[in-house]
Ligand binder design. Structure first.
Ligand code: GLY
Length: 394
């Protein structure tokens, strides 16, 4: 008998449904957990041998539901998705920790936004005003109040904000715990298996001969598998070309001089974890290599040290580069593709960790229950489609 699905209302529509998720990053794993919770039989494939070896493991694990969207006037749908994701993250974190039997360093400290210059003071004022306009909690802090919260802040910091509902996790722990939770609850994890083609028909068949009613594509910045159907339709039909955005990151030794909160500066951020303090990140649009450039890493340290001077001398543990999976409008692609039964969960750009539980709900709603929530409509993966040849129906 297969292991029980984690407790959640099981949808009658999931009975007998077999779903293949392609991609074992946080998006694919979270979608798999949600669909399993709703009673589907789920298998996750990834060409890598480790979970989340693309953007997830290289991320800073920040859940910037307010910071990332506060001043993005033209991104209302994204702001709504971010807000919803921020609201459900505490439950998601609790669920993953409970199912896996271990923690993910979900921190409720909140995030600080700090300003040194007059231009930065005006920038944080804009963020505060935008948060207030949207009903997002925000607290203005004087330099002295900031110092009380973070004694290691530079004396040059003139003021800032506390965003109490912006949180963070350790991405690598999230991956480990999601993997454990899925294995314990009967989700197959087929790692090191590159799906080069999915053969279409009434059911989809993967190269290992297994058959599925639904496919969820969660390949991040990686290539989509090929699809071979009766009319040779491509899985990429109607989807925009992915926009890679390289990010380089520095990890410094943790220690007493390091901050406790996520700290956003105008140019970059500091994200302290138990095992190290991350300083990020470059944003290099169009770059998909993962080469580390020493000058860029030195610049991250220099910028971080303007906010927290101890960063200038802290020991470097490591540094790395990753590729954010961007899209032409910076919004994710979530929902049914041009091929019925194939769903996208792609293009989460800077916020895959934040969006993961919200995307998981949207994918499960659509793939299992056939429902498109109002929150999801703006992320239709076919919104860039210029009306090419119609796809085949399985
Ligand atoms: N979300 C932070 C980054 O993409 O660097």
């Amino acid at each position: 008998m297969p292991p029980a699905a984690p407790a959640s209302p099981v949808s009658a529509k999931s009975a007998g449904l077999r779903i293949a998720v392609v991609g074992a990053g946080i998006i694919g794993l979270s979608a798999a957990l949600e669909m399993r919770a709703r009673g589907a039989d789920v298998v996750v494939y990834d060409s890598g041998t480790d979970l989340g070896a693309g953007a997830t493991i290289r991320s800073a694990g920040m859940l910037g539901a307010a910071f990332e969207w506060a001043v993005e006037e033209d991104q209302k749908a994204l702001a709504a998705l971010a807000r919803h994701a921020g609201m459900i993250w505490p439950d998601f974190a609790g669920r993953v920790e409970r199912l896996a039997g271990g923690g993910i360093e979900f921190s409720r400290e909140g995030a600080l936004v700090v300003a040194r210059t007059a231009a930065e003071i005006s920038w944080i004022e804009d963020i505060a005003a935008a948060c207030q306009a949207r009903g997002l909690p925000v607290q203005r802090l004087t330099a002295a109040e900031l110092k009380r919260l973070e004694p290691g802040l530079s004396d040059d910091i003139r003021g800032g904000l506390l965003l109490p509902e912006d949180r963070q996790v350790d991405s690598s722990l999230v991956l480990q715990r999601l993997g454990a939770a899925l294995s314990r609850h009967g989700v197959g994890l087929r790692l090191g298996r590159k799906i080069e083609r999915i053969v279409g028909g009434a059911l989809f068949q993967t190269p290992d001969g297994d058959r599925f009613n639904r496919i969820v594509l969660a390949t991040g910045a990686g290539a989509l598998p090929e699809f071979v159907g009766p009319r040779g339709a491509s899985l990429a039909h109607g989807l925009p070309v992915s926009v890679p955005v390289k990010g380089q990151m520095l990890a410094l030794a943790a220690g007493a001089a390091m901050p406790r909160h996520v700290i956003h500066m105008r140019e970059g951020y500091i994200a302290p974890k138990a095992r190290w303090t991350l300083v990020g990140a470059t944003s290099e649009r169009g770059r998909q290599d993962v080469e580390v450039d020493r000058a860029a890493i030195a610049d991250l340290r220099r910028r971080g040290a303007l906010a927290v001077p101890a960063l200038a001398q802290a020991e470097e543990v490591t540094s790395w580069a990753g590729v954010r999976p961007g899209t032409p409008d910076d919004a994710p692609l979530i929902g049914q593709t041009a091929i019925p039964g194939v769903f996208a969960a792609l293009g989460h750009f800077r916020n895959g960790i934040l969006f993961a539980p919200a995307t998981a709900e949207i994918v499960a709603d659509q793939a299992i229950d056939g429902k498109v929530s109002p929150l999801a409509a703006a992320f239709d993966p076919l919104r860039f489609d210029n009306g090419g040849e119609a796809p085949h129906s399985p």
